[in-house]
Ligand binder design. Structure first.
Ligand code: AMP
Length: 415
């Protein structure tokens, strides 16, 4: 089957066209036929398109709405310009898999999109006001452009974490707030953590229940997950993606009393403070320079910038704290898995996070660590390290495509 994977943000549409099917999944022979993204929808959009074996195409064109962006992508996919074998008409696109950020408590697995499912995703809008509306726009647009005969599947960022016990997901605030408003930890990046757990199991030849690892997704957004017996036991993002690790522009954990204090001192509204915590904090907030880790590392190295170094140190310290907390919570684990743009590409950040954890039995092999970046995967710890460390490039799109096939074919859906 040819599956179009869509990830719609508030002003962007990312896509991949993936050829996969149940026997292909068995053989691990899925194929990405094309990928790309359209940024700055609702203006002069920046379009990047690439099909297998072809150079990247970059264009700028006015695109008004998500539906226009998806229409643009579909037209390109079936056009001779994309040079994709066997994709000549819309009938060659067999199903669509959507990344949906919030599934609330309802969706513990990926789901075939029906009118009822759309209503339930709408019900979760108040939990993810920035993300779910854009995901819904993508769903409605794909339905309109491809017709109701093409099945669509929603794959939720929250689903993998639905196995968390109450001890992980409840906040220690009055219980009735959970009962009345479902205020709890949901966790995000679930498709990424699930992929990492799945891929680790595959690399090590383990059964699902033998997977005991801490996964660190370190990109512009960052989160950690304690994966015990193959399931999410705890994760660092919470009611929203703001909690937990230091991220590009989000600060992660902090004392909620700061909100009232800032409100009084700075005369800001709660909404403005929330925006500041989401968009102007984290690496950007501390350094005052950038949310981009690569640039911060360059500033630190070339200009010895004090605040760039501080931002990186706080980032690494927070990640280290979560590793310690999760190992304690899990009663030990076998491996720490690094992923995301920073986790996959920066040996220096990995070694700074792992520094001082030798007492836990974690020993990093410098050569292995330095050799694994830019899409490579493998172990970065020494052969005799008691606690191991791995790098695994994440692949959320692949899981979305595979889930889509499984849902459409009514095959078992757990990884
Ligand atoms: P993502 O959101 O997963 O695309 O990750 C984006 C983050 O990865 C940005 O902070 C980038 O600076 C960072 N990143 C990408 N490549 C590198 C690298 N070689 N070294 C350090 N950070 C990197």
């Amino acid at each position: 089957m040819n599956i179009l994977v869509l990830n719609c943000g508030s002003s962007s549409v990312k896509f991949q066209l993936i050829e996969t099917d149940l026997p292909i999944i068995e053989k691990n022979a899925d194929k990405c036929l094309a990928s790309g993204n359209i940024e700055r929808v609702i203006g002069q959009a920046l379009i990047t398109l690439q099909s297998e074996g072809q150079p990247k195409i970059r264009k700028a064109e006015p695109i008004k709405e998500h539906i226009n962006a998806i229409d643009y992508i579909l037209r390109w996919l079936i056009s001779p310009e994309s040079k994709i074998n066997n994709i000549n008409s819309l009938a060659d696109i067999h199903a669509v898999g959507h990344r949906v950020v919030h599934g609330g408590e309802k969706f513990t697995m990926s789901a075939l999109i029906t009118d009822e499912v759309i209503e339930q995703i709408e019900d979760s809008i108040e939990l993810a006001p920035l993300h779910n509306p854009a995901n819904l726009k993508g769903i409605m647009a794909a339905r309109e452009l491809l017709g109701p005969g093409v099945p669509q599947v929603a794959v939720f960022d929250t689903s993998f974490h639905s196995t968390m016990p109450e001890t992980s997901y409840l906040y220690a605030i009055p219980y009735q707030l959970y009962r009345r408003h479902r205020i709890r930890r949901y966790g995000f990046h679930g498709t990424s953590h699930r992929y990492l757990a799945y891929r680790y199991r595959q690399l090590m030849g383990l059964k699902r229940e033998q997977v005991n690892i801490v996964t660190l997704h370190l990109g512009n957004g960052c989160s950690a997950c304690a994966v015990k017996k193959g399931e999410s036991l705890d994760t660092s993002m919470g009611f929203t993606p703001l909690e937990g690790l230091v991220m590009g522009t989000r600060g992660g954990d902090m004392d909620p009393s700061i909100i009232e204090f800032i409100r009084n001192k700075e005369g800001m509204s709660v909404r403005e403070i929330d925006t500041m915590f989401n968009k102007q904090s984290g690496l950007l907030g501390i350094s005052g320079l950038t949310n981009d880790m690569r640039e911060l590392l360059a500033e630190e190295k070339e200009k010895d910038d004090r605040r760039a170094k501080l931002a990186i140190d706080i980032f690494c310290n927070r990640a280290k704290k979560y590793i310690g907390a999760y190992l304690a919570e899990m009663g030990g684990a076998d491996t720490i898995v690094f992923s995301g743009g920073i986790g996959e590409n920066s040996p220096l950040i990995r070694s700074r996070i792992c520094k001082g954890l030798e007492w836990m039995g974690l020993s990093i092999n410098k050569e292995r660590n330095n050799s694994i970046q830019h899409g490579k995967e493998g172990e970065i710890s020494t052969s005799d390290s008691k606690l191991k460390a791995f790098v695994i490039p994440t692949n959320e799109e692949l899981l979305i495509a595979r889930d889509t096939v499984r849902v459409v074919k009514n095959a078992p859906r757990r990884w």
